[in-house]
Every structure is written in structure tokens, then in C-alpha cells.
Design a protein around this ligand. Structure first.
Ligand code: BES
Ligand code: MN
Ligand code: ZN
Length: 498
């Protein structure tokens, strides 16, 4: 898909759709007024008839608008101007992109907002538009014989002559790269476990690494054994699909600059193992590798953007299945750092995978860690389906991640890590057990992971809710969301020596 900036009066923009955002109580003095005049006062009439209110994400299509070059005018409400944030602008634009992408071969132009978000630099808004158009025209219809959504032939940001177009081309390119990275993550998550299993995921990672110039190392079963990653291996044992760990390295920074490590849970299917999930809990468990897919998407974007940092991505890939070889309740596992773990629930498998992968990243000398995992249903109970839970052993690092998320408009919320939660993981037979009591389940899971990061500043992001949406909404496609790719790219952009 081609993404670009066009400098032209809106009425002259050639496109199948010209998307114009209008706030509630829009005024017709500026560029919108000129559009209204070209339309012979139609905007004003629509407003008067209350067919056009400017309410947030409200859509109105004007077909064959006279006096303007575009084939259709797509008017989208931006809501109250004082409430317009990056996240709300994104929702309005995604709603428009989803609408315009229902037909094949469409050219879409978004008119530069006559009422931009106050806190956003024009280039940032242009990047957001490019990301949103790139993400919004891709659906979860991969396996449908009749597609529901089509890539745009062209997506552009239309800036009035004399408008602030400086730096926008570059911003649009950046925005598109980030959007494509989110789509990459989404596609991997949306593909079922019959297609995405540890080996096939690793192959995809390798192909991407070659394409974007990343170093790629793939650990197979015997290498994982040699690295003493017995906690990860135990989870993998019940499956016919052998495990993998993928390590991607990107060195955009100086040789001696610190490395940011991104670690992803890649359970390509989570049946629960012998602690088998019921059908309702298992239906969407193809999504349990979203952490790994997010790391892969972010690594691709970081490499394509050429960020001046050193980043390493670690993806722990296993399938959690039931068989005569499955790991069992009561088994005691020894993780890479020597910690022994009593398994009391084989469905708490993500933490067992991450334990070894976190140890490995620490052993490689990572300066700071972020792990991403669809780790607990409890996190969804706490925060709902759209907010990522954040846990950390380091206040400043947590703050850095939270503010990066805020800047790109992703919803992330911290949960506490008081010492006493760790008591809940004490075992009578091993150093710890892999589950605590029901209450505080997202936090005890995080406390479990903390045992494997030594003193390295670490943030754990529980994306169980936010990474996968069970249904379509006007403002977003159901299925994988690509959440946290933007936040990771943003934090990598800020990463460097203190
Ligand atoms: N992959 C699940 C968590 C999950 C639930 C992700 C719903 C996405 C949506 C994880 O492996 C799991 O099964 N967690 C258990 C932990 C429990 C056994 C302590 C859970 O949340 O029930
Ligand atoms: Mn599980
Ligand atoms: Zn899981």
C-alpha cells in the first residue's frame, strides 16, 4: 500500500474517499468552510437537519459530492474538541478506514484536521493517520473465501496549500512502518495453531530477520536442553510440536551502548495441559503467542526505522498440550537459574516459559527488560478487556514505559508488587510453586516472573485482555489488535545511556 502526503485544496483531492473530521459544533470559517462553499452549503444543511452532529466517530457518507473532486466525502465526527485526544482521533479514523476498506481498490485521503489535537505536533498526527489507515483496512478475514476488507490502493494525508506539510512525508513513512508492524503481529495472532506453531513461527521470524537485516538465532530442542531451559521444555513436552526459542538482535546503537531486551510469551496454543481448559476458555487460545508476536512486530519496526539503539528480542515458543508425555501436577522443575518450581497447575504455563527466557536475556547482559504475555485471566478481571496490566521491580523504568504508552495513546495501568504477594508462592517441596490462590492472580504471576530477572530493571506487561478482541466494533476489527507494538517502538526510540 502506498502512503503519502498530498498538498492540495481538499476540494481538488482526487480519491475514492475524502475523509473529513468535524468536531461537534464545527465552525465553517476555515478549510471546512471552503469545503462547504464548494458543496454549495451542503455541510451547513446537513448540520441543520441534524444528520451531521460531529459526535465522536459518527459517520456520514456523501456520494458524488458536487463541486469536489473526490468520489465520496466521508464525514467523521471528532466529538468535543476539548476532549479530543490522540486515542479518540485514532478511534474516529479507524471507524472511517474500516468503512472505506469494504470495497476493493480504494484510494483514501484524510483531510488534515481543521481542528487538530492540541497536544499533538502536526507530524505526530500525520504519523497517526498513516498508522490508522494501514491498520484499519486489514481484517481477520484471512481464511474467508470472500474478503470483507481490502488494502487501500493508496492512503494519503491531504494538506491544504500553505498548511504545515514540513516533515510530514517522513512522519507518514514512520506511521506506515508502525502500522505494518501491527498488522504483522495481528496476522500471526489471528492465524490458528494449525498454521502457527513453534517451528513455523520461528521460520517466519527468520524470514523477517533476513528481510530487515536483523541477526537471528533459533534454539531447537537440543540447544534448549543444553541451555538448561527445563522449565520451558517441561511445558512443551506434551506436544508433538517441538519447542523453539528465537533470539533477534538489532544493533543500531554503539557497540558498548546498553541493550534493551524484549521478551515474549509464545504459547502457540494453550489447551491448559492436564489442567485442561473447558471449551469456552480454550476457543481463542491461538492468541496465547501474542506476546511473542508483539516482540516480532516491534523488532521489525525498530529495524525498518533504523532507531539508534541496541535491542534484542527473545521469543519462547511452545505448545501446551495433553498427551502421555505431558508434564504433570506435582512435578518439580528446575529453571535455568536453578530455582525449583512445584507445578500445581499446568495451565499456569506462560510463567514457566518466561522464567527461562527471562533468565537467558539477563545472562546475555540486557540492561533493561520488558516482557509481554497473555498471562492471566485475572488481569482481565482486574482491568477489563482493553487495558494492559503493568508490573515492575523498578519505579523509574515502569514510569518510562507508562509514559511511552501514554504518548502513543495506549491504555496501560500499573498494579502493585508488594512483598507479601510473593509469600503466596511458597511451596513445601520446592523453592516456589507455579500458582498462588485465586485472589490477586495477575500479581502473583508477576511476582513469580520477578524471581527470574535478578536485579535487572524489568517491566511485565500482561496483555491477556488488550491483545485480542472477541468481537468486531465499528472502531476496530475483532481478533488480534496489535496492542503494545507502538509502545515498544516508542520506548526503544527513547532508549539510551542515562
Ligand atoms: N493463556 C492463559 C491466560 C489467558 C486467559 C489469556 C484469557 C488470554 C485470555 C494462561 O496461560 C492461563 O491459563 N492462566 C491461568 C492461570 C491460573 C491457572 C493460575 C488463568 O488465568 O486462569
Ligand atoms: Mn494457560
Ligand atoms: Zn497461556
Amino acid at each position: 500500500m502506498k502512503c503519502r502526503v498530498v498538498t492540495s485544496a481538499w476540494k481538488d483531492v482526487e480519491a475514492d474517499w475524502l475523509v473529513v473530521g468535524l468536531p461537534e459544533e464545527f465552525d465553517l470559517s476555515g478549510a471546512a468552510g471552503e469545503l462547504d462553499r464548494a458543496l454549495d452549503g451542503q455541510l451547513a444543511r446537513l448540520r441543520e437537519a441534524e444528520d451531521l452532529t460531529g459526535k465522536h466517530a459518527e459517520l456520514l457518507t456523501v456520494h458524488g459530492p458536487r463541486g469536489i473532486a473526490a468520489r465520496r466525502l466521508l464525514l467523521v465526527g471528532l466529538g468535543k474538541l476539548e476532549e479530543l485526544t490522540a486515542a479518540r482521533l485514532e478511534k474516529a479514523l479507524l471507524t472511517s478506514a474500516r468503512k472505506a476498506s469494504e470495497k476493493e481498490h480504494q484510494k483514501v485521503a484524510v483531510a488534515w484536521p481543521s481542528a487538530p489535537v492540541a497536544s499533538m505536533a502536526p507530524a505526530e498526527a500525520a504519523a497517526l493517520i498513516a498508522t490508522t489507515l494501514t491498520v484499519g483496512c486489514v481484517g481477520q478475514d484471512l481464511y474467508q473465501s470472500e474478503h470483507k476488507r481490502f488494502l487501500f490502493d493508496e492512503a494519503s494525508v491531504a494538506v491544504e496549500p500553505g498548511g504545515d506539510a514540513a516533515g510530514m512525508e517522513e512522519a507518514v513513512r514512520r506511521g506506515q512502518i508502525v502500522g505494518e508492524a501491527m498488522n504483522l503481529t495481528r496476522e500471526l495472532v489471528n492465524r490458528p495453531a494449525q498454521d502457527i506453531y513453534p517451528h513455523s513461527f520461528a521460520q517466519q521470524a527468520q524470514a523477517l530477520a533476513e528481510k530487515y537485516g536483523l541477526e537471528c538465532e533459533i534454539f531447537d530442542q537440543s540447544r534448549l536442553e543444553a541451555e538448561r531451559m527445563d522449565s520451558l521444555l517441561a511445558v512443551a513436552r506434551g506436544s508433538d510440536q517441538p519447542p523453539r526459542m528465537v533470539v533477534l538482535r538489532y544493533r543500531g546503537g554503539k557497540g558498548d551502548a546498553p541493550t534493551l531486551a524484549l521478551i515474549g510469551k509464545g504459547v502457540t496454543f494453550d489447551s491448559g495441559g492436564l489442567s485442561l481448559k473447558p471449551t469456552d476458555g480454550m476457543v481463542f487460545m491461538k492468541c496465547d503467542m501474542a506476546g511473542a508476536a508483539t516482540v516480532l512486530g516491534a523488532m521489525a519496526a525498530i529495524a525498518r526505522l533504523g532507531l539508534p539503539v541496541n535491542v534484542a528480542g527473545y521469543m519462547g515458543l511452545v505448545e501446551n498440550m495433553v498427551s502421555g508425555r505431558s508434564y504433570k501436577l506435582g512435578d518439580v522443575l528446575t529453571a535455568r537459574n536453578g530455582t525449583t518450581i512445584e507445578v500445581l497447575n499446568t495451565d499456569a504455563e506462560g510463567r514457566l516459559v518466561l522464567a527461562d527466557v527471562l533468565c537467558y536475556a539477563v545472562d546475555e547482559g540486557a540492561a533493561k527488560l520488558i516482557d509481554l504475555a497473555t498471562l492471566t485471566g485475572a488481569c482481565m478481571v482486574a482491568l477489563g478487556e482493553e487495558v494492559t496490566g503493568c508490573f515492575s521491580n523498578d519505579e523509574a523504568w515502569q514510569q518510562a514505559v507508562l509514559s511511552a504508552a501514554k504518548r502513543v495513546g495506549e491504555d496501560v495501568w500499573p498494579l502493585p508488587m508488594f512483598d507479601h504477594y510473593a509469600e503466596l508462592l511458597k511451596s513445601d517441596v520446592a523453592d516456589c510453586k507455579n500458582v498462588g490462590p485465586r485472589w490477586g492472580g495477575a500479581i502473583t504471576a508477576a511476582k513469580f516472573l520477578e524471581k527470574f530477572v535478578s536485579k535487572t530493571p524489568w517491566v511485565h506487561l500482561d496483555i491477556a485482555g488488550a491483545s485480542f478482541a472477541s468481537s468486531n466494533k465499528p472502531h476496530r476489527e475483532g481478533g488480534a489488535t496489535g496492542c503494545m507494538v507502538r509502545t515498544l517502538v516508542e520506548i526503544a526510540g527513547q532508549f539510551g545511556p542515562k
